[in-house]
Ligand binder design. Structure first.
Ligand code: PAN
Ligand code: ZN
Length: 184
């Protein structure tokens, strides 16, 4: 990767966009294999049109050591067998920290260090801090898309297998007055 020159990024918090745009990643339901508690319901949702669950819009900052990439994730509103839609979740293999800034909607930042689970309620203006060594997943617990800005070390890496192996400790389910965390 060639070195990157200083540049300005236009951050529109209202529209939840970053300009200039880098790559956009779209994850449909089929990409969340093995993550929802109810596998049959997940399979049914894949068969019923495989909806987009979330997308991640990056800037042109590369994911390499010592760079500081940013992205905006938008998670659609929805549930699968009562479990709120969420990101896959990952661990940074190099155990580096990260911050999330909530922009729109109502979400949660679920973190798991292999033993303990932590949950941060995320509403516009909340910065959630993810310390090194904590796997993290974002959950949309509202009726609107949940959107947040992430800023993370370019060399952090994304280990998705860790979550498949260890889980996230808790899951967020829809209840009449919001959400409830239940044992994994
Ligand atoms: C975020 C996440 C983003 C999508 O930018 O990568 O929200 O979640 P998954 O990567 O779990 O699919 C981040 O934490 N970067 O390190
Ligand atoms: Zn991360």
């Amino acid at each position: 990767t060639p070195p990157i020159s200083p540049f300005a990024i236009q951050f529109d918090a209202e529209a939840a966009t970053l300009t200039p745009e880098g790559p956009t990643l779209t994850r449909r339901m089929s990409a969340l294999d093995g993550l929802f508690k109810d596998h049959d319901a997940w399979q049914q949702a894949v068969a019923d049109g495989d909806p987009v669950v979330y997308s991640v819009q990056s800037t042109p900052v590369p994911e390499v050591d010592r760079e500081l990439p940013q992205s905006i994730t938008s998670i659609e509103a929805g549930t699968t067998a009562g479990e709120f839609w969420m990101t896959k979740g990952h661990q940074h293999p190099n155990h580096q920290g990260e911050i999330y800034l909530a922009l729109h909607g109502t979400g949660g930042l679920l973190m798991f260090d292999g033993t303990e689970t932590q949950w941060i309620d995320m509403v516009p203006g909340t910065i959630g801090y993810i310390p090194p060594g904590w796997a993290h997943r974002s959950v949309n617990v509202g009726a609107d898309p949940y959107k947040f800005l992430a800023v993370y070390p370019g060399g952090a890496g994304h280990d998705y297998g860790w979550v498949l192996e260890h889980g996230m400790g808790k899951r967020a389910y829809a209840v009449t007055d919001g959400f409830e965390l239940r044992e994994f």
